[in-house]
Design a protein around this ligand. Structure first.
Ligand code: NDP
Ligand code: OXD
Length: 315
């Protein structure tokens, strides 16, 4: 039995070392040069697998994503039909995301970029601030990541709501569900956060129409967006247009339709946009490999796998 990394855009040597450290008995291989006999491979971890690579593994039993999202795997048009896909749901990854979301909500709320700009010019501008309870934060996606962020923001005093496909019940968090409640969710939201997966339904969801439906009652007079879900969810030209028209106050973007964000992209230099390089929740190799190794162990002992992907839903 062997395990194969099919992660051509990742530093695979580092990941192989991590997997070997946490599972020393596992025969760990790397596609393409170290694949060896394809018949040996029963487990594979993939991120942007080239077509026909996973399909060409006749004894493949489970495909692992090395992150929470699986769009990079589902993109493979030749993905074998009957092999289960397991995604990451791990406390380390979730807490990293929560740190990012809390950091950026607070950064906007406390106007840290304005303070940074003032400091550069030695300006002592002690502008009035407001309480967290003055801001309504709305999280699209109340899954593993969204729920943890919602709870921490609630504890800081923000008025928090979330929106998901199926209804949730989270103490102190107003829960909206489905397309029918989307407009009501937007209408009460000053800071809109996306922690949605990339699917056909969420593609382009952060567009001008969505932005125009957000609340304008918050302290900044226009809403703010934070996208740490996937770049496909935002229409970047709409974001720029809304910022320039005063329909949007500011944006934090961690994910982009094209990554790395090209050097000449106007988002880099817009004074009200904060760009981060898809690092909201970084996958730590040892933590993620330990998670994958534990699932392989379960599978080999005929125990059910956790965090299986529903291919029809797309996440
Ligand atoms: P989950 O699968 O646990 O949660 C996804 C949430 O989105 C669920 O609440 C789901 O609803 C909701 N959702 C999906 N489709 C829709 C829809 N059409 N309308 C309304 N709600 C919808 O995922 P995680 O929380 O673990 O991760 C979320 C995403 O975060 C990942 O898919 C990935 O894209 C992104 N991510 C980004 C990282 C980064 O570094 N920037 C790092 C890690 C993840 P329901 O609960 O009803 O199913
Ligand atoms: C993930 C990511 O999906 O890092 O985990 O984007």
């Amino acid at each position: 039995m062997a395990f194969l990394f099919v992660t051509p855009t990742w530093p695979t040597g580092l990941w192989k070392a991590a997997m070997t450290k946490v599972a020393p008995k596992l025969d760990v291989r790397i596609w393409p040069d170290g694949t060896g006999r394809v018949e040996d491979i029963e487990y594979a971890a993939a991120w942007l697998p080239p077509p026909n690579v996973l399909k060409g593994l006749p004894n493949l039993k489970v495909i692992f994503s090395l992150g929470a999202g699986v769009d990079a795997i589902l993109k493979d048009p030749t993905l074998p039909d009957n092999v289960p896909i397991v995604r990451v749901n791990d406390n380390d990854l979730t807490k990293r995301m929560t740190e990012y979301i809390v950091l950026h909500v607070l950064m906007h709320h406390r106007q840290q970029r304005r303070i940074d700009a003032n400091q550069k010019q030695r300006i002592w501008d002690s502008f009035p601030t407001h309480a967290a309870s003055a801001l309504s934060v709305g999280i699209m996606g109340l899954g593993v990541m969204g729920q943890d962020s919602a709870l921490r923001l609630r504890d800081l005093g923000f008025r928090v709501a979330g929106w998901s496909r199926s209804r949730k019940a989270i103490p102190g968090v107003e829960c909206f569900a489905g397309a029918a409640e989307f407009n009501a969710f937007l209408a009460r939201t000053d800071i809109l956060i996306s922690l949605l997966p990339a699917t056909a339904e969420t593609d382009g969801i952060i567009n001008r129409t969505t932005i125009q439906k957000l609340s304008r009652r918050g302290p900044f007079g226009a809403p703010i967006i934070i996208n740490a879900g996937r770049g496909r969810q935002q229409i970047a030209s709409d974001i720029m247009r809304c910022l320039d028209a005063g329909e949007l106050y500011a944006a934090t973007l961690d994910v982009f339709a094209v990554e790395p964000l090209p050097a000449d992209d106007p988002l880099w230099v817009h004074p009200r946009v904060t760009v981060t390089p898809h690092i909201a929740a970084d996958s730590d190799p040892e933590v993620i490999c330990a998670y994958v190794a534990s699932q392989i162990e379960r599978h080999r002992n005929d125990l059910p796998l956790f965090n299986l992907v529903d291919r029809t839903r797309g996440y």
